[in-house]
Design a protein around this ligand. Sequence first.
Ligand code: MN
Ligand code: MN
Length: 323
Amino acid sequence: MSGTFNQPIDAAEVPRFAGQATFMRLPVANTAEGLDIALVGIPWDGGTTNRAGARHGPREVRSQSSLMRRVHHVSGTEPYSIANIADVGDLSVNPIDLMDGLRRIEAGMAEIVAAGAIPLAVGGDHLTTLPVLRAVAKTRPVGLIHFDAHSDTNDTYFGGNPYTHGTPFRRAIEEGLLNPTRIVQIGIRGSVYDPGEHDWARQQGVRVIYMEEFVTRGASDVMAEARAIAGDHPTYVTFDIDSIDPSMAPGTGTPEVGGFTTREAQQMIRLLDGVNIVGADVVEVAPPFDLAGMTALAGATMMFELLCVIAKQVGDRRQKSPT
Ligand code: MN
Ligand code: MN
């Protein structure tokens, strides 16, 4: 079976620093047809309110992803043996028109969803997740497991503007794309504008887990709760790189100290095993603020961790109902 799936370029034939940079050194595909998982870039940061630059994220994550090897060292998962995966390139974006940017991202993602592939996207700022959800959750609301320093459920900005990277999950709840009682946000921290800043989210039924609670309970306990909240319902997983401490991921738009270590983040993603994942992303990698590519490497690593969890799910399903 594995002979029919796309394989990464062998580093024993072409060294990791050579050749064209694609996600995980996989072939480029023009469409998502025939893929189980579509790796896709969304080079757009039109929703950024502070330090811009996440538009450069996909390219640098592609470069750093050349360091990802084929086997997950803990789970033993070999994603390229159990799922057909390719880099489908970048979605079409518009860097100077926010509303057109949102439309283009939704349209591009809708093609991937229509092809039956599970999207694993690299942003872009966190507003990109809104048009992605408009495509992924078009037919029914989904749950959300959300790693972030920020809740991203603010209402408006700068005189009533509804679309920024601080508002996507409020809009997604309002639009019926997310079932708020199946949302868990993990790692929330930092100063806020208002003492009641997270009240709206909580009133909708969103479970907000501050970093302080994570530190007390640990990854296993928190992720057991996250899995229970998601249940077996279709769930989107979104990983904002600013959930990681800026000492390990400085290249991002809105850094907050006191974050996850990269090791804690890896541990949590591994504990997504069993969640019914219908799509995932890694967002807010902003290379202009990065040092030595460390944030892009962290992003590529979290992408590989997510890829292994999703591929295992694809493989398990195929075993249960072979086509
Ligand atoms: Mn965010
Ligand atoms: Mn954030």
